[in-house]
Design a binder for this molecule. Structure first.
Ligand code: PEP
Ligand code: MG
Length: 875
């Protein structure tokens, strides 16, 4: 039997959104519960997928079923396509599984031609309305189906208004509109080379095709990527009998929410226009009135609408966003869906629904999109100011928040300007660890290069600071302290504004307001904690970050990148002395200077975490990242070491690597220079002993983490002297502390031999930044350059450095968990790559049985919520 590609509204229900799309499923559901819905049919999302499989053609089987359902629709409505007595007019609207407002196409008044327009003009006694419908239809059809730009038609309307000496479309007469329809058709013929189609069936097939095609338009593609909607879902098409809101003053159309989508406040919220079609409300051609005024105009319909709102909210147990039309005083429902809402509104609505007895706590937790919480945690642009502004460029929204300040081009200037009270935006080709203090003192960071896991992005997220990375359109001239973007030259001191969520860049100042955390936030988080099973830790290198993360609910540190500590002013010199040593003794002398400083850092971290677990990752990056580049610094180093400038330069040259990310880094440093790891071990253990002594009621148990292990012997080798050193320190003290030695799992080989590695490792933690880099062979710092091309070519839908590649990298992780637990069933396993704060990746981590995720402080609430949702979904 042929597959069923088309469903009447009476054949579907709300559970069929995968097949019928959200709009189709809800139209069916509203029909089922007896609401006044103009009847029609839905062409399935599978038909859309088939359209693409068939080379963007609607195959004869699907066409046949559409024809058949037109017949059924004609029977139900008692109207016929092209009929001279009672013609059927329809709307054709897209509707994907997840709502994508404004992303795809809609056509209204389909079925009109010269004959039909005359029939409806006569029958309604309202020729103005009839011709208005026709000219709108030609305009929409030409634009959406045939891609003749809107502007040609708008020019014709403007010309007509000028000729008639009127300002508004509504002031044009039936004759004017008739003339316009004729001009539109001529314009169409001129552009397309064919007459405007008169046959409603031909019009319908064209419109259905256009909606399918709109699934692949650029704005839909971008929206999908931003909202985690897979391309493979496709869109359904809804063909619905028209209800007319533009037949006179006893007609109208509106859009309304059952609660305020901005604040979540209860009560009807919406807008209404008399004598209009839906597009007029959306396009803002006329200023609509508040929904409450509908009561005066249409008391009967308003009362009915109010009842419908109550029914729908009760039925869907969520805030509804509805479209409706009143035709000669009679109400028709055209759409309902769970309304989009701000993060604040989402929290309030979820809590209210629990209080109203409509939802359970688990359901309330499951209703919140974790990604939205971001906006509650960072300063925000003033909504009205942002709406009025036009972006001048776009990069990656690497770290959310709103930032506004004067442009500076170096970390030093950032510090200097900030110290004298200026707000600055640090603009760099890319950032390096040396820029940290400058990054900290800036309001936001803008880089020309770099992806979602570039240095700037990772560090900014860690700091909770706004960052837009990888804006390749910027033509940078650092030497002359200027850059060009969108044809304008920007100089040091000029104001720009950054939106770290969208990646938009604005010229000048956009006002910001402080983020407010509503009371409901804590309530929802409390419920999330009750239901989640995975722990949530944070990636933090400083006591300030650690304290912030704890405030946001972190239950430990899952990654302290110790190298970040070496860049602080008071230790970089000693660290450079260590690197530029020729002998072990020389190196040890320099390390002895660093030891007390590191110990102090660790003590402060342990203090900040009050006995919660702390994972300390030993030195990871290649050493060349630390060497001085400025002549003056090289001279200083030479003096300190008693070497010549040439000697130092030779050492620096010798550190050069062709492929540093696969070079002398991670545990390879500890293998070559055990004294570095020994120093770090002493610092960790001494710090633990001191803090344990000071707080006997805490259980200070540091987790020493060896990075970049791919072979068990590497780990064994390093662990041997780490343990020997730790034991020596503990033996010399009067306080006993426990500690663990584990490893990052961030090399594909480590996943393949995880059973062997687990014989030595006391815990695993996935470093999915490196694991993704090495599994794909994509440089984590450069992938941004070609990923756009990959999106366009549909090779990828997301940045694998931001959203875990569950198919490939995920398979390796799953294997590593299984193999590791074969050796040690109690092996603790976590993740500390950037994915630890991405909701869909967190869900995957739950599924493969991780014990915790670790992410930057400001993503902790997101991870808590996502972990709870994963646990709830599993029940
Ligand atoms: C990782 O590789 O995922 C990781 C957490 O370590 P880093 O980002 O410091 O390389
Ligand atoms: Mg790593």
């Amino acid at each position: 039997m042929a597959r069923k590609w088309v469903y009447l509204f009476t054949e579907g229900n709300a559970n069929m959104r995968e097949l019928l799309g959200g709009k189709g499923a809800n139209l069916a559901e509203m029909t089922n519960i007896g609401l006044p819905v103009p009847q029609g049919f839905t062409i399935t999302t599978e038909a859309c997928t088939q359209y693409y499989e068939d080379g963007r053609e609607i195959n004869p089987e699907i066409q046949g079923q559409i024809e058949e359902y037109i017949g059924k629709m004609e029977e139900i409505t008692g109207k016929k396509f092209g009929d001279k007595e009672n013609p059927l007019l329809v709307s054709v609207r897209s509707g994907a599984r997840a709502s994508m407002p404004g992303m795809m196409d809609t056509i209204l008044n389909l079925g009109l031609n010269e004959e039909v327009v005359n029939v409806i003009a006569e029958k309604s006694g309202n020729p103005r309305w009839a011709w208005d419908c026709y000219r709108r239809f030609i305009q929409m059809y030409s634009d959406v189906v045939m891609e003749v730009g809107k502007k040609y038609f708008e020019e014709l309307i403007d010309k007509m208004k000028e000729e008639k000496g009127v300002k508004q479309d509504v002031e044009l007469s039936a004759d004017d509109l008739k003339k316009l329809a004729g001009q539109f058709k001529e314009e169409y013929k001129g552009k397309i080379g064919k007459d405007f189609p008169d046959d409603p069936r031909e019009q319908l097939m064209g419109a259905v095709k256009a909606v399918f095609r709109s699934w692949d338009n650029p704005r839909a593609n971008v929206y999908r990527r931003d909202n985690d909607i897979p391309y493979s879902w496709g869109t359904a098409v809804n063909v619905q009998a028209m209800a007319f809101g533009n037949m006179g003053d006893d007609c109208g159309t509106g859009v309304a929410f059952t609660r305020d989508p901005a604040t979540g406040a209860t009560g009807l919220f919406g807008e209404f226009l008399t004598n209009a079609q839906g597009e007029d409300v959306v396009a803002g051609v006329r200023t609509p009135m508040h929904i409450s005024q509908m009561e005066e105009k249409f008391p009967e319909a308003f009362k009915q609408f109010n009842d419908v709102c109550k029914t729908l909210e009760k039925h869907y147990r969520d805030m509804q966003d509805m479209e409706f039309t009143v035709e000669h005083g009679k109400l028709y429902m055209l759409q309902t869906r769970n309304g989009k809402r701000t993060a604040q509104a989402a929290l309030k609505i979820a809590c209210d629904l629990v209080d109203e007895g409509m939802r359970s706590e688990e359901e309330a937790v499951a209703m919140i999109d974790p990604r939205n919480l971001d906006t509650l945690l960072h300063p925000q642009f003033d909504a009205a100011a942002l709406k009025a502004a036009t972006p001048i460029g776009k990069g990656l929204g690497a770290s959310p928040g709103a930032a506004c300040g004067k442009i500076v081009f170096s970390a030093e200037e950032s510090v200097e300007w900030a110290n004298r009270g200026e707000k600055v935006i640090l603009v760099r080709l890319e950032t390096s660890p040396e820029d940290i203090t400058g990054m900290k003192s800036a309001q936001g960071i803008l880089t020309v290069r770099g992806g979602m896991t570039s240095h700037a992005a990772v560090v900014a997220r860690g700091m909770g600071e706004c960052c837009v990375s990888g804006c390749g359109d910027i033509i940078m001239d650092e030497a002359n302290k200027k850059f060009t973007l969108a044809g304008k030259e920007f100089h040091e001191g000029d104001f720009i504004s950054l939106d770290g969520s969208t990646g938009n860049i604005y010229d000048g100042v956009i006002e910001t307001v402080d983020a407010t955390i509503a009371g409901e936030f804590g309530r929802i988080m409390g419920w999330a904690d009750k239901y989640r099973t995975m722990k949530v830790r944070t990636n933090a290198d400083t006591p300030t970050d650690a304290a912030k993360a704890r405030e946001l609910g972190a239950e430990g540190i899952g990654l302290c990148r110790t190298e970040h500590m070496f860049f602080e002013e008071d230790r970089i010199a000693a660290f450079r002395e260590m690197i530029c040593s020729d002998t072990v003794e020389e190196r040890k002398t320099a390390l002895d200077k660093i030891l007390p400083l590191q110990q102090g850092d660790f003590e402060a971290l342990f203090e900040a975490m009050e006995g919660d677990p702390v994972t300390i990752r030993f030195l990871d990056p290649p050493l060349h990242e630390f060497v001085p580049t400025a002549e003056e610094d090289i001279k200083k180093l030479a003096e300190a070491k008693g070497k010549t400038v040439e000697d130092i330069k030779a050492i620096i040259d010798s550190l050069h690597e062709f492929n540093p990310m696969m070079g002398h880094r991670g545990c390879r440093l500890a293998v070559a220079y055990p004294e570095i790891a020994e120093m770090q071990t002493r610092a960790v253990i001494r710090a633990a002993i001191n803090v344990q002594k000071a707080h006997p009621d805490w259980e200070v148990e540091p987790e020493i983490e060896i990075p970049l292990v791919g072979e068990v012997k590497e780990l064994k080798y390093v662990k041997n002297f780490v343990v020997a050193t730790a034991e020596e320190e503990i033996a010399a003290s009067d306080t006993k502390v426990k500690y663990l030695v584990g490893t990052m799992i961030e090399i594909p080989r480590a996943c393949l031999v995880a059973d062997e590695i687990a014989t030595e490792a006391e815990f695993f933690c996935f470093g999915t930044n490196d694991l993704t880099q090495m599994t794909y062979g994509f440089s984590r710092d450069d992938a941004g350059k070609f990923l756009e091309a990959y999106y366009d070519a549909k090779i990828m839908e997301n940045d694998p450095f931001a959203k875990l590649d569950q198919v490939g990298v995920g398979k390796l992780m799953k294997m590593a968990v299984e193999l590791g637990k074969q050796t040690n069933p109690n092996l603790p396993v976590g993740i500390c790559g950037e994915h630890g704060g991405d909701p869909s990746s967190v869900e995957f981590c739950h599924k493969i049985g991780l014990d915790y995720v670790s992410c930057s402080p400001f993503r902790v609430p997101i991870a808590r919520l996502a972990a709870a949702q994963a646990a709830i979904a599993e029940k």
